[in-house]
Ligand binder design. Structure first.
Ligand code: GLV
Ligand code: MN
Ligand code: MN
Ligand code: MN
Length: 392
């Protein structure tokens, strides 16, 4: 299996390389469209029919599409800028190989198996993570999704070429189980394969710090209304509050107007990503950060507007299913994660599980993200075992 994995992996490895390192595979951008063609091709090679749910999500079918008891697997192709190659595509490549593995073993599943490629999981282009699975489950309204814009002003609706179709009403009655395989994104998994127990609640907030744009050489320090100061203070306050709460706060994306060396900015727009083990801690964390930022804005004579952009509630995966899969795989560890996944969105509607593949660097959303071919092959074997069991 290691050689089969390496061969298939090599097909997608050159697609969407970021000249600055890692991958840039934004949803519905050229590299992601090439990966979608690759997906159709892989399905063709295996006599699997491909359907599109009208939301940008693709499904390759072994068996009758959406027949009751359907077992969905797969993941996403899109990446963050400078992202790793495994976050997402590993789940899709592994799903096709697991189908091969089952067929080679002469297995004919009683229930259909659907390999999914969900669109815009990272929210790297249109801002809202898991956009495809949110649409499929009705967690976001199609018009709201269609109107989301990328930094060039292109809307999701335009990129998709249509108004998204929205929720599949029969989803819960058609799908018996969902299993997403994903590279582990922290330092918690010390054996090749594990099973997910939960996803921490998390969310994104847009912070607009406004002040008075002015000349860097002629504006006395006492006369300034500099939003960069409020922003800088907020970054430190977020770090401090997250440490105190035992939670996570990240400000990693920022844009400045006019972004000139010799002009005091008029606007600093930044995004806060906050995560915690439970919703109450996360709420308190965000409140504390916003309070300190607001107080600082008053001190700096600037203004701050906070706009929630997306919320991902706490997910506890089906405990019985997680335990069953862990046992089936020989007692592999069951562990929580702070990273969001389409499986998390789907878990509100159908019994859902995740398999994690070891990441020896412990790094993700970075070119340093890595998994060995041997561990990926172990992931395929585990996924095949699980799919064979769930689709029997
Ligand atoms: C997506 O990978 C996220 O958790 O931010
Ligand atoms: Mn990711
Ligand atoms: Mn992912
Ligand atoms: Mn994710």
């Amino acid at each position: 299996m290691t050689a089969a994995f390496a061969r298939l992996w090599a097909e997608i490895a050159p697609i969407g390389l970021d000249p600055a390192g890692g991958y840039r595979r934004y949803a519905l951008s050229d590299p992601e469209l090439i990966l979608r063609d690759w997906f159709r091709n892989q399905a063709d090679r295996r006599d699997m029919t491909v359907t599109d749910d009208g939301n940008g999500n693709l499904f390759a079918w072994w068996g009758r599409q959406w027949a009751p008891g359907t077992v969905l697997t797969g993941s996403h192709f899109d990446s963050v800028p400078h992202g790793g190659g495994y976050d997402g595509p590993l789940g899709i490549v592994s799903a096709f190989l697991a189908v091969d593995r089952l067929r080679a073993a002469g297995v004919t599943p009683a229930k259909p198996i659907g390999v999914a490629a969900f669109v815009e999981e990272e929210g790297g282009r249109f801002g809202v993570p898991c956009l495809g699975s949110r649409l499929l489950t009705g967690a976001i309204d199609p018009d709201t999704a269609a109107a989301l814009c990328d930094t060039d002003g292109v809307s999701f609706g335009e990129a998709l070429g249509a108004r998204p179709a929205g929720a599949l009403p029969a989803l819960a009655s058609r799908v018996g189980a969902v299993v997403e395989l994903h590279i582990e994104q922290g330092r918690a998994l010390e054996v090749p394969v594990g099973v997910a127990s939960a996803i921490w609640p998390h969310g994104r907030w847009r912070l607009d710090f406004t002040g008075h744009g002015d000349h860097a050489g002629t504006t006395r320090m006492a006369d300034r209304h500099d939003p960069m100061l409020t922003f800088a203070y907020t970054v430190l306050a977020a770090d401090d509050e997250a440490r105190q709460a035992g939670a996570l706060a990240t400000i990693a994306r920022v844009s400045v107007q006019p972004n000139a060396t010799n002009a005091i900015p008029s606007l600093v727009r930044a995004w806060l990503d906050a995560r915690a083990a439970d919703p109450a801690t996360m709420e308190r964390l965000v409140e504390a950060i916003v309070k300190r930022a607001m107080d600082r804005a008053a001190h700096d004579r600037t203004e701050l507007v906070v706009e929630p952009e997306s919320a991902s509630p706490e997910v506890t995966f089906d405990t019985a299913l997680a335990d069953r899969l862990s046992t089936l795989l020989g007692g592999v560890p069951v562990l929580p994660t702070g990273a969001g996944h389409d499986a998390g969105v789907l878990s509100a509607h159908v019994p859902t599980a995740m398999l994690f593949v070891r990441n020896p660097t412990g790094v993700s959303h970075s070119p340093a993200e890595h998994a060995s071919d041997e561990d990926c092959a172990a992931g395929v074997e585990a996924l095949a075992t699980v799919l064979g069991e769930l689709a029997a």
